[in-house]
Design a protein around this ligand. Sequence first.
Ligand code: SKM
Length: 267
Amino acid sequence: MNFAVIGHPIRHSLSPVMHQANFDVGNHNHTYIALDIASAHFHHIKDIVSDKQLDGFNVTIPYKSAIIPFLDDIDEMAEMIGAVNTVKISDGRWTGYNTDGSGFVESLTQNFNLTDLTGLNVLILGAGGASRGVAYALQKAGAAVTVANRSRHRFDDWSFKVNNIDLTEVNKQVSHMDLIINTTPLGMTGFDAEVICDLALAKQSALVADIIYTPSVTPFLADARRHHLETMNGLDMFVNQGAQSFEIWTGLKADRHVMRTRVITAL
Ligand code: SKM
């Protein structure tokens, strides 16, 4: 089978090496390429995909919403999030899924041993596309989610309800949060390193996550560690979203361990 990741730019993507590692260990003869499509050509997506004879593909920035009008079907989670990162092609029909949020939720079990999220108080910093996926998946799993953003307008086009607050309110809410997640690009290599939440106010049992994995310890996670809080970065979310895509495409279990090791080597 043939797969790809579609985005622009796409050179930085670790999806091809990560998926190849899983194909190798499973003795699969599949291919996985990175396809850079400039926005002026995105409307040719159907022809590009059929030319490459793809059986499925991942979608990354900036096309996670733009792909939706080209789909024949969309899974409930992807529809609510308003973003698709996985497309499965079967008998010519395109079905869209979102594995980013569910990949994040899966990583909570792996890193924090968190299985039952019912009633968990979660604070999410940032209201971009990634935040939407993480917020919806957590809410669906039973967590009580609060999302903080500098501009409240960002919530206008969310298709599900979430408790939303202004960033200036964050420090009043931190003390009763069980899980605090950064989904802003702050702290990513090449971005501002500002920490926008005072973790000195967090309870001692609070878990702190960042969806960034370069650097592996963001200033936010370093701050959490200084306050002796348990932390996790975005590496497992990335691995899990890819593993879940493979599982949607093939119905087979992906080898997360091999995929993770390959990504760490590439980093
Ligand atoms: O959602 C994922 C996407 O499936 C692949 C990706 C990448 O290759 O960098 C990043 C995320 O957007």
